[in-house]
Design a protein around this ligand. Structure first.
Ligand code: FES
Ligand code: MG
Length: 589
C-alpha cells in the first residue's frame, strides 16, 4: 500500500516528525516481533483485536483460533493487526458472579483503546457480558469499532432429544429432586447440552446480546447466529477483519452508528427474538455509554406489543443452529421491516443501512422463524412494574406458562391479577438453607422473594430470582411459584418472575422492609405491585431496620470499589462517574 500519508491516530506514536525521540521509543518494542518501520510508518491502519477468549473463558475460546482469520482480513485490506487481551469474563465459572466484571472489562478496554496506538478495533464478543462490556467501552472511546461474535455452540442432544445449554439444567434439577434420575445422569444430561465450542445455544443472554449487536448496526449482517464450528464463522472473521480497516479509512465510528433509533430497533428485535431479561440492563448500559437517552419504561412502551417470532428455547422449542439455518437475524429484521416495526434507515458497520443489509434475507424455516400471523407469542415484550416495594422491575410476560395462568391469573373477579403470601430470602445461601423447612409452610399461594442480590448486595447482581419451589411442592406437581427479587434471572429459565427490582434492598429499596407472611398484590393490568401495608407501617419498619449488613462483606477490593460506584439495574448497572469520559479517541494521552 503506497499512498500519501493519511492522518491516522497511530501516527502520533509511530510517525511524529515533531517528536523523533518519542517516536523511536514507541516504535522500538513493536519492531521486535518482526514488524518493520516501513509497515508502521506507511499509513496502514492499526487494528486492535480485543481478545476475550482464553482457557478461562471456554465460551469465547474459539476466538483464539478465529483471530488468525481476522488478521488475514486486516492484512489483505492493508492494515496491521494487534491482538490484545481484555479482562476475562466467563458467565458460569466466575464467582460470586460474572456480572461483577462487565464494567471491569469495559474499563480495561477503554484504557487500552485510549492509551495505545490503535486506529480501530474488533470486539470479539460471545459469552453473555462480553458483548455489552466491549460495546460500552467502544462507545465511550468512539474509535471505529466492529463486533465479531464467536457464535453459538452446535445444538445439544441427549438420548435423541434436543437439549439447550442453560435451559436443560432447570429440568434436570427438578428430575434429580424428584428422584427420577441419579447424580451421574444429571451431570451427563446437563453437559450434553454443550456439545462444541461457542456460546450458549439457546436464546439466552449470549445469543440475545449478539443478535442485538447486529441490529444495532455494530456487527456484519448474519454474523450473530453462525455456529462457532461452522466454516462460515471463520469466513465471517475474514470479512470482519477487512471491514475493520475500511471503517478506519471511512472514519465510521460508533457515534455515527448508534442512535436513539438503532436502540429502539434493538428493543423491538429483542421482543421478536423472545430475548433475555438481561437485555434491558445491558442495552441501557450501552446506550448510556453512547450518550443516548434510554430508560426502562422505553422497553415496555416500545417492545411490549411486538410478537415473538423466533421459536427458540427457553420460551420456544428450537436452538441456535436451527435459528441460523432458518435465516438468523437478517430474516427476522426483514420481517419486522415489512411490518414497519423497525427503522431501516439506521447506518451500520457495512456503511449501508439496516434495510439495505437485509434486503435479500430469506426465511428457510417458518417453524423456527414464524410469520406474523402465527407468532410464538402475540405480545412478547417486557412489562415494567412498580409499587410500594420498588420504583421499577421487569416481568417477561411471555414466560408465563399455562399452568401458572390457570392457577394465578384466571379468577374472573380479578383477571390478570393475583395476591400471594411472601416468603422472604436474604440471598441464595439463605434460600438453599431454608427452602425445604416445613416451618415456612410454603404452599401454592406463596410468592418467593429474593433480596440483597442486586448490584450492591451480591456484588454484580446475581441470577438467582428464578427459585424452585420446595421439593414437596415439586412432588405434588407444582413446578413454579411466582418470584420477585432485586437480582436478575438467567435468560434461560422458565418460571414467571418479577426481576431487577430497583432500587435494590441494599440501596434503600422497599424489598428490605418485606417480611415473610406479608401479602403482596400483583396487578398485571395496571403494572402495580404492592404489599398490603400502610405507608405508616412501612415507615416504621424502615426506622426499625437494623444497621448491620444484610449481605456478605466484600471479599476483594474490586468488590468494594464496585459496590461504592455501581448504580441500580434500571439504569443499566453502570458506573455513573465513568460516563463523564466520552469520545476519548480525540483526547490523546
Ligand atoms: Fe458463556 Fe452461556 S455461559 S455463553
Ligand atoms: Mg445467562
Amino acid at each position: 500500500m503506497k499512498s500519501k500519508k493519511i492522518n491516522l491516530r497511530s501516527r502520533a506514536w509511530f510517525d511524529d516528525p515533531s517528536n523523533p525521540d518519542m517516536t523511536a521509543l514507541y516504535l522500538e518494542k513493536y519492531l521486535n516481533y518482526g514488524l518493520t518501520i516501513e509497515e508502521l510508518q506507511s499509513s496502514r491502519p492499526v487494528i486492535g483485536i480485543a481478545q476475550t477468549g482464553s482457557d478461562l473463558v471456554p465460551c469465547n475460546r474459539a476466538h483464539v483460533e478465529l483471530a488468525k482469520r481476522l488478521k488475514d482480513g486486516i492484512r489483505d485490506a492493508g492494515g496491521i493487526a494487534i491482538e490484545f487481551p481484555v479482562h476475562p469474563i466467563q458467565e458460569t465459572g466466575r464467582r460470586p458472579t460474572a456480572a461483577l466484571d462487565r464494567n471491569l472489562q469495559c474499563l480495561s478496554l477503554i484504557e487500552v483503546l485510549h492509551g495505545y496506538p490503535l486506529d480501530g478495533v474488533i470486539l470479539t464478543t460471545g459469552c453473555d457480558k462480553t458483548t455489552p462490556a466491549l460495546l460500552m467501552g467502544a462507545a465511550s472511546v468512539d474509535l471505529p469499532a466492529i463486533a465479531f461474535s464467536v457464535g453459538p455452540m452446535l445444538n445439544g442432544t441427549y438420548k435423541g432429544q434436543c437439549v439447550g445449554s442453560g435451559t436443560i439444567i432447570w429440568e434436570a434439577r427438578k428430575r434429580l429432586a424428584k428422584g427420577e434420575i441419579d447424580y451421574d445422569s444429571f451431570i451427563q444430561q446437563v453437559s450434553s447440552s454443550a456439545p462444541s465450542s461457542g456460546h450458549c445455544n439457546t436464546m439466552g443472554t449470549a445469543l440475545t446480546m449478539n443478535s442485538l449487536a447486529e441490529v444495532l448496526g455494530m456487527m456484519l449482517p448474519g454474523c450473530a447466529s453462525i455456529p462457532a464450528p461452522y466454516r462460515e464463522r471463520a469466513q465471517m472473521a475474514y470479512r470482519t477483519g477487512k471491514r475493520a480497516v475500511e471503517m478506519v479509512l471511512e472514519d465510521l465510528t460508533p457515534s455515527k452508528i448508534l442512535s436513539r433509533q438503532s436502540f429502539e430497533n434493538a428493543i423491538r428485535l429483542c421482543s421478536a427474538l423472545g430475548g433475555s431479561t438481561n437485555a434491558p440492563i445491558h442495552i441501557n448500559a450501552i446506550a448510556r455509554h453512547a450518550g443516548i437517552e434510554l430508560n426502562i419504561t422505553d422497553w415496555q412502551e416500545i417492545g411490549q406489543h411486538i410478537p415473538q417470532l423466533v421459536n427458540c428455547q427457553p420460551v420456544g422449542e428450537y436452538l441456535s443452529e436451527d435459528f441460523h439455518n432458518a435465516g438468523g437475524v437478517p430474516s427476522v429484521v426483514k420481517r419486522l421491516l415489512q411490518e414497519n416495526l423497525l427503522d431501516g434507515n439506521c447506518l451500520t458497520v457495512t456503511g449501508a443501512t439496516l434495510a439495505q443489509n437485509c434486503d435479500n434475507a430469506q426465511c428457510h424455516n417458518e417453524e423456527v422463524i414464524r410469520p406474523f400471523n402465527r407468532p410464538v407469542k402475540a405480545h412478547a415484550g417486557l412489562k415494567v412494574l412498580r409499587g410500594n416495594l420498588f420504583d421499577s422491575a421487569v416481568m417477561k410476560v411471555s414466560a408465563i406458562n399455562e399452568d401458572f395462568s390457570r392457577r394465578y391469573l384466571s379468577d374472573p373477579a380479578t383477571p390478570n391479577a393475583f395476591k400471594a403470601r411472601a416468603i422472604v430470602f436474604d440471598g441464595p445461601e439463605h434460600y438453599h438453607r431454608e427452602i425445604n423447612n416445613p416451618a415456612l409452610d410454603i404452599d401454592e399461594n406463596c410468592m418467593l422473594v429474593m433480596r440483597y442480590t442486586g448490584p450492591k448486595g451480591y456484588p454484580g447482581s446475581a441470577e438467582v430470582v428464578n427459585m424452585q419451589p420446595p421439593t414437596y411442592l415439586l412432588a405434588k406437581g407444582i413446578d413454579a411459584l411466582p418470584t420477585i427479587g432485586d437480582g436478575r434471572q438467567s435468560g434461560t429459565s422458565g418460571s414467571p418472575s418479577i426481576l431487577n427490582a430497583s432500587p435494590e434492598a441494599a440501596d434503600g429499596g422497599g424489598l428490605a422492609l418485606l417480611q415473610t407472611g406479608d401479602m403482596v398484590n400483583v396487578d398485571l393490568n395496571t403494572g402495580l405491585v404492592n404489599v398490603q401495608l400502610s405507608d405508616a407501617e412501612l415507615q416504621q419498619r424502615r426506622e426499625a431496620l437494623s444497621p448491620e449488613l444484610h449481605y456478605p462483606e466484600s471479599q476483594t477490593w474490586w468488590q468494594e470499589i464496585y459496590r461504592a460506584k455501581v448504580s441500580n439495574l434500571d439504569g443499566g448497572g453502570v458506573f455513573e462517574d465513568m460516563l463523564k469520559y466520552r469520545r476519548l479517541r480525540d483526547k490523546l494521552p
